[in-house]
Design a protein around this ligand. Structure first.
Ligand code: FAD
Ligand code: DLZ
Length: 508
């Protein structure tokens, strides 16, 4: 009897373990556009369109290679609208009695497959460098899990940027040379854009009709939807942006949404590109003297370091991770996360571009929308659901450790040794937003002052028991302690007044 081979929307890789286990002469590939997956959070329309278009084209490619594929479109009248439902239906049609699957990237869907009445054999997702067992072995017995140590192991394992057993150039990490403030000119016109073909236009019309109420602008739709296009986008980045990636990795500009970022995460996470080919292309550019070491090391670290580390954390911490709330916050997510309707210029710019592009770069996610949510004491689960919905690259395995862990400190320090919080000065240094902002970056208290300034101190004050003895935060607590009583009180009063306005739904 044939077996069903499940290929999910973020498993669009020909080398997928479930496909490798299968036999084109015997088995049937199942792919399905279903409302259960398309609505567990209100996904950005660009994310849905990207996945549906890429899924349809991947299915066509598998068919061209000789696979039999049963593909369900969202509007098929017999669509059961869930992945297990489609497996049951396709099993009945094909008399298959078992399913071969690659482990999904979310516990929610793993549990659904485990409960499926048609038995599902799950194979590891070996499109990653580090397996669950290898991460466990690395984590075992360590008091603290820190990305930097994990990253060095991954460098040694892959041989990327290694000279024998030593790191290229003598240092593991060149961040010291990175993180320059926003430049005046950007010599990169952004990621490669693709004109939608007829198949993509058909998907755009479907998404327009079915997801019209979701946050996010569908058109212009410019994403790559095939592996060939994604490879072109990779080449474009390597040739034009990688050389300056490191220098301006943390910069933000009012009038430039992408700076020197790769905008490849959505392709990598959906399986259109592999980490190996991205890292090899970056290393080759350095070896050919086309990109400096600080840029290439910084870029490769994000992929074999942060990305793999975050996945390790998600699978190690388990399904309740997304419910962690170490700081006990319960304020609802402000409506401006959906409308961009706020006078906080940096936040409104980050939300606007998220709405338009289903993309924001790391520092916008971490130090603007994430930082604000943490300083304002927003319910971390609501923050998590927002990030999972609005970014084209968002799946729980990577989004949750970034949001619950790195950004909101809701995991009590599993991912980071201290919370990523800052006052307005950091945003001012790294961007030109403050120049266009109604709030005054130089003012520390009162109605005109930048809210990040007083919210930052109020956060530290609120959590003095927890963080006061953290050596990495000692300097800030000393600064707070040195302020006059009047100044401290005015700071806390400003924060209270601001949060009261936020709670009343007043414009802030
Ligand atoms: P670049 O800046 O060009 O970096 C290169 C690549 O490195 C990325 O494509 C990505 O694959 C990888 N990378 C960089 N940083 C990280 C990181 N912290 N974790 C994992 N991979 C990383 N990334 C996602 O892929 N999906 C998410 O849902 C996601 N949510 C995030 C939420 C928050 C609050 C924060 C702070 C970060 C989040 N990130 C997420 C990480 C990072 O912001 C994005 O990977 C990056 O912005 C994608 O843009 P890019 O491809 O231009 O990245
Ligand atoms: C994100 C997503 C969406 C929007 N739609 C589908 C879908 O219709 N069919 C599908 O197979 N996958 C979809 N996905 C991706 C899955 O949600 C993803 O595989 C899991 O979240 C695990 O990472």
């Amino acid at each position: 009897a044939p077996r069903l081979i499940l290929v999910l929307g973020d498993q669009l890789s020909e080398g997928l373990s479930s496909l490798r286990e299968g036999d084109p002469a015997r088995d049937v590939v199942v792919m399905a556009e279903v409302m259960d997956e398309a609505s567990y959070v209100p996904h950005h329309p660009k994310k849905v369109a990207f996945l549906f278009a890429a899924m349809r084209k991947f299915a066509a490619r598998l068919e061209a290679e000789g696979w039999r594929v049963r593909y369900t479109r969202l509007d098929d009248p017999d669509n059961s609208q869930s992945i297990p439902g489609e497996l049951i239906r396709r099993a009945a049609e094909t008399v298959a009695t078992e399913v071969l699957a690659t482990e999904p990237g979310e516990f929610r869907l793993i549990a659904a497959l485990e409960d499926c009445p048609v038995p599902v054999h799950m194979f590891p997702d070996d499109r990653f460098l580090c397996s669950h067992a290898e991460f466990e072995a690395w984590a075992e017995g360590r008091k603290e899990l820190r990305m930097e140590w994990f990253y060095r192991e991954m460098r040694r394992r892959t041989g990327l940027l290694m000279e024998g057993d030593q790191p290229a150039g003598g240092k593991w990490n060149y961040d010291h040379d990175n993180r320059k403030p926003a430049p005046d000119e950007i010599a990169f016109d952004g990621p490669l854009r693709f004109e939608p073909d007829a198949a993509t236009v058909e998907v755009l019309e479907l998404v327009e009709a079915r997801f019209a109420d979701n946050f996010g602008t569908l058109r212009p739709f410019w994403f790559a939807t095939t592996r060939d296009e994604a490879l072109q986008a990779l080449d474009h980045f390597i040739a034009r942006a990688l050389p300056r990636f490191g220098d301006f990795q943390d910069a933000m500009l009012d009038g430039n949404r992408f700076l020197y970022h790769s905008v490849l995460s959505m392709y990598l996470n959906a399986g259109l590109l592999t980490w190996q080919e991205i890292c090899a292309a970056a290393e080759d550019a350095w070896r050919a003297d086309k990109a400096p070491l600080n840029a290439v090391e910084g870029f490769i670290r994000q992929i074999i370091g942060w990305r793999e580390y975050m996945r390790g954390i998600y699978f190690r911490e388990g399904p309740d991770y997304v419910r962690r709330n170490a700081l006990g916050y319960d304020r609802p997510l402000p409506s401006f996360y959906w409308t961009a309707d706020t006078d906080l210029r940096c936040v409104s710019k980050a939300v606007e571009q998220t709405r338009d592009e289903a993309y924001a770069h790391h520092i916008q996610r971490l130090m603007v929308t994430g930082n604000f949510a943490l300083l304002a004491g927003i319910d971390p689960h609501a923050v998590h659901e927002w990030y999972l919905a609005v970014y084209a690259d968002a799946y729980e395995w990577v989004e949750a450790p970034n949001v619950i862990g790195m950004s909101q400190f809701a995991d009590d320090g599993v991912v980071g040794s201290k919370p990523y919080v800052s006052g307005g000065a950091y945003i001012h240094r790294m961007s030109d937003h403050c120049r266009h902002c109604r709030y005054e970056i130089g003012e520390k208290t009162g109605a005109k002052a930048c809210p990040f300034n007083y919210l930052y101190w109020a956060f530290l004050h609120r959590h003095r028991e927890r963080f006061g003895r953290n050596p990495r935060m000692a300097q800030m607590y000393r600064t707070w302690a040195r302020m006059s009583d009047d100044k401290r009180q005015a700071t806390l009063d400003s924060a209270d007044a601001f949060l009261a306005r936020l709670d009343r739904g007043a414009r802030v």
